[in-house]
Write a protein that binds this ligand. Structure first.
Ligand SMILES: NC(=O)c1ccc[n+]([C@@H]2O[C@H](COP(=O)([O-])OP(=O)(O)OC[C@H]3O[C@@H](n4cnc5c(N)ncnc54)[C@H](O)[C@@H]3O)[C@@H](O)[C@H]2O)c1
Length: 381
């Protein structure tokens, strides 16, 4: 069965990550061969073509075009995006429904938009990508029915909900790249009923990706981790938003919990205090160019101590954009393979993989991708 290329419907389209994804998709239309090497799916789905057919649309509350957004965020120098301005200008970005509207009105508005976008790009497979800012922690677990959610959920606190509900109603797969916990049991159940796959949570782009690799490697050699201190600084709008401890709490938890899960013990248990520390600091001069330091204390034979330092100088949106395009392709494949609900096999891409028994070590995450590709390939071949 031939797959249509994804139409990425981005909530938060003119943010740093969304506008970089837009630039990448526009660039792909001009020179797919220059973009392919950065995609993991070009390895997994060798014949998922044509990349030229990918499209993008979305919403934002900020009144700016994609070109203005790219200039504002400063992720890309002009010579990288000016050649594809014509394509960028064709991606429709709409104003997000007002936060003052009741949840059901927001959802109705978004459903109409999704239907319009589908009409504009009929030969594509729509996938919703959530790139809204991190929200304050909120407990929505208690909702048992959609009516209850519509009448009581505070959409202002978690605007992501309206996008996910609109996606499920229109049969659109969902990628949750944010740390916002939209995969409530009720939402997962509705997605399952509607035949819609949903993956998340919280893109694993830089420091945490390397943490999973290193922790898995230390575990494989039987080396004991005594402590792990992770500091990262970033100066983009995401960093400014995360300077609010309440908004950072979910992300810090996602960055912290996975280490014990990989190692199979509580790091620092012998010290009687938590010894896995994660600090995120907003440091404006760096913009999107984040920097991370890790100090890893571990022991070997006879309990002899050793230590490792890691310094990563990376670019937030440059790491994130290809992963988002990859995830959109995965969701097209998984949707066509009729695998609705949460997709734990995509844990490779996320800090907090959702779904039953997600793989936690690096090698298990790669094996899970391999078996998912195998399941999808039978349909796509
Ligand atoms: N880039 C990465 O490496 C990375 C990694 C993991 C997670 N994330 C998460 O992805 C999300 C996006 O990151 P970013 O750097 O692009 O952030 P950003 O702040 O640059 O972009 C967020 C965008 O969402 C828009 N927005 C806010 N409320 C909205 C609403 N109700 N409807 C539509 N748009 C709305 C904002 O105007 C902004 O343009 C964040 O939650 C971030 O934590 C990013």
């Amino acid at each position: 069965m031939r797959a249509n290329p994804p139409l990425l419907l981005i909530a938060g389209a003119t943010g740093a990550t969304g506008s970089t994804v837009a630039a990448a998709i526009a660039a792909m239309k001009q020179a797919p061969d220059e973009m392919l090497p950065w995609l993991t799916t070009s390895h997994w789905f060798k014949d998922l073509d044509p990349l030229k057919g990918m499209e993008l649309a979305g919403w934002d509350i900020a009144h700016r075009t994609l070109k203005q957004a790219i200039e504002y965020h400063g992720v890309l120098p002009p010579e990288k995006y000016l050649p594809c301005l014509e394509h960028l200008g064709k991606f429709p970005i709409r104003h997000a429904p007002g936060n003052d509207l009741p949840l059901h009105k927001q959802v109705e508005h978004l459903i109409r938009d999704i239907q319009d976008f589908k009409g504009l790009f009929p030969y594509t497979h729509p996938v919703l990508v959530n790139l809204l800012p991190a929200s304050s922690t909120i407990d929505l677990q208690e909702f048992n029915a959609l009516d209850e959610l519509y009448s009581q959920a505070d959409a202002l606190t978690l605007p992501d909900l309206s996008y996910v509900l609109a996606a499920i109603s229109t049969g659109t797969p969902v990628v949750n790249f944010t740390s916002n916990p939209i995969e409530l049991p009720l939402i997962a159940q509705e997605a399952l009923k509607a035949g819609v796959p949903l993956c998340g949570r919280d893109g694993k782009t830089g420091q945490t990706y390397l943490k999973v690799v290193l922790a898995s490697a230390l575990k494989a050699r039987g080396l004991q981790v005594d402590g792990w201190y992770s500091l990262n600084i970033l100066g983009n709008d995401d960093g400014r938003n995360l300077a609010d401890p309440d908004k950072a709490a979910g992300k810090i938890l996602n960055k912290t919990e996975l280490l014990d899960d990989i190692l199979g013990y509580r790091v620092g248990h012998q010290h009687g205090a938590p010894c896995h520390k994660v600090v995120i600091d907003y440091y404006p001069p760096r913009g999107d160019c984040k920097e991370a330091w890790d100090v890893i204390d571990f022991t070997g034979l006879f309990g002899m101590p050793m230590s490792l330092r890691l310094n990563l100088q990376a670019r937030d949106s440059i790491l994130a954009a290809p992963m988002i395009i990859d995830l959109a392709w995965w969701m097209v494949a998984v949707h066509m393979a009729k695998r609705p609900g949460l997709v734990p096999e995509l844990g490779f891409y996320f800090k907090k993989p959702t779904g039953p028994h997600p793989p936690v070590t690096f090698q298990d995450q790669l094996s899970a991708l391999q078996s998912l590709e195998h399941d999808c390939r039978e349909i796509l071949d």
